[in-house]
Design a protein around this ligand. Structure first.
Ligand SMILES: Nc1ncnc2c1ncn2[C@@H]1O[C@H](COP(=O)(O)OP(=O)(O)OP(=O)(O)O)[C@@H](O)[C@H]1O
Ligand SMILES: [Mg+2]
Length: 310
């Protein structure tokens, strides 16, 4: 049994309509997703806007109801809301996408970071201050920061406050939902590298959500590509970047800019080739509703959504 196991997860949202405001259909935000995350590793969930990444993360932590499927964490079934014990609520934390809106602007850093601690532990004011300052040190912010308000920090600093808050209870798993997408590119690498550093120090496991395959390549051990609530492909970093099988994945991989200027022409041509293949073979890869097929395994680690044989 793995560290985090997600089995055939579905999260469907009702669509209300008509004069009686009845349920007239469902948005299948997540529609049958399975994966497992190993302890200490980073599992990347990639996909375009609306593909169901955030909904998956929120369902695991309990912010969205699960329509069907199973989630286990450290061998315990945590699918139902009421099964999310105190331990689970300590062990699993989330970092949110937007460091500008995810921190309460009217609270000082001390209170922002101490809030989760106060929910679980009874510390004296002195102990609490010391703990928050230790956390600030881990995220490379000065101890004086405790008296400041979020608006006094840059985006990158704010996201580090978010990280300090997320690690305040010594969690085991962090669901990081686009943790750097609201930041300048120059700051992104800093925050990402820092997330890697604390991963080793604190033995953290990450479920890392991003729409940016370049970032996922930098951060993740295993990767899944999501499209309209389903998996298109899943594999190790090597599988996805060196042997992408699904045309949708190939197109994403081809779009990552090459740092080497000497390879630009080559990449340009490759991209054109992949685009041609995409247009030519789209119907072979998606069903008549434009959805991905079920996954087939092509190696121990590598799964691809392909039409069934026969
Ligand atoms: N609470 C909700 N009620 C109804 N529909 C929802 C709700 N939350 C999400 N959705 C829908 O579910 C789908 C998946 O949304 P989700 O936020 O998971 O996508 P995402 O992959 O995180 O996208 P982005 O990259 O834009 O953050 C979208 O169609 C979205 O509109
Ligand atoms: Mg999202």
């Amino acid at each position: 049994m793995g560290f985090l196991e997600v089995e055939d997860l579905k999260v469907h949202f009702p669509i209300k309509g008509g004069i009686f405001n009845r349920t007239v259909g469902h948005i299948k935000a997540v529609d049958g997703v399975s994966f497992s995350v190993e302890e200490g590793k980073t599992y990347g969930l990639v996909g375009e806007s609306g593909s169901g990444k955030t909904t998956t993360g929120r369902a695991i932590i309990g912010l969205n109801d699960i329509t069907s499927g199973n989630v286990t964490f450290e061998g315990k079934d945590i699918t139902a809301k009421k099964s999310k014990t105190l331990d689970f609520r300590k062990d699993v934390q989330m970092i949110f996408q937007d460091p500008y809106s995810s921190l309460n602007p009217r609270k000082r850093v001390l209170d922002i970071i101490a809030e989760p601690i106060r929910n679980f532990e009874k510390l004296s004011k002195q102990e609490e201050k010391k703990r928050v300052q230790e956390l600030l040190e881990i995220v490379n912010l000065s101890p004086e920061s405790i008296l400041k308000y979020p608006h006094e920090f840059s985006g990158g600093q704010r996201q580090r406050i978010g990280v300090a808050r997320a690690i305040a209870l010594r969690p085991k798993l962090i669901i990081a939902d686009e943790p750097v997408s609201a930041l300048d590119v120059s700051v992104q690498a800093q925050v990402l590298n820092f997330m890697k550093d604390i991963q080793e120090e604190l033995n953290l496991t990450y479920l890392f959500i991003s729409h940016d395959l370049g970032i996922v390549k930098h951060m993740c051990d295993d990767i899944a590509i999501m499209y309209k609530g389903r998996y298109v492909e899943q594999g190790t970093k090597h599988d996805i970047f060196n042997h992408p099988q699904h045309i949708y994945t190939k197109r994403l991989v081809a779009a990552i800019p090459d740092i080497d200027p000497g390879r630009r022409q080559e990449q340009f041509e490759y991209r054109r080739e992949v685009q041609k293949e995409y247009e030519h073979s789209y119907d072979d890869y998606f069903d008549n509703e434009g959805l991905a097929y079920g996954l087939q395994s092509i190696s121990d680690t590598h799964l691809v959504a392909l039409p069934g044989k026969g």
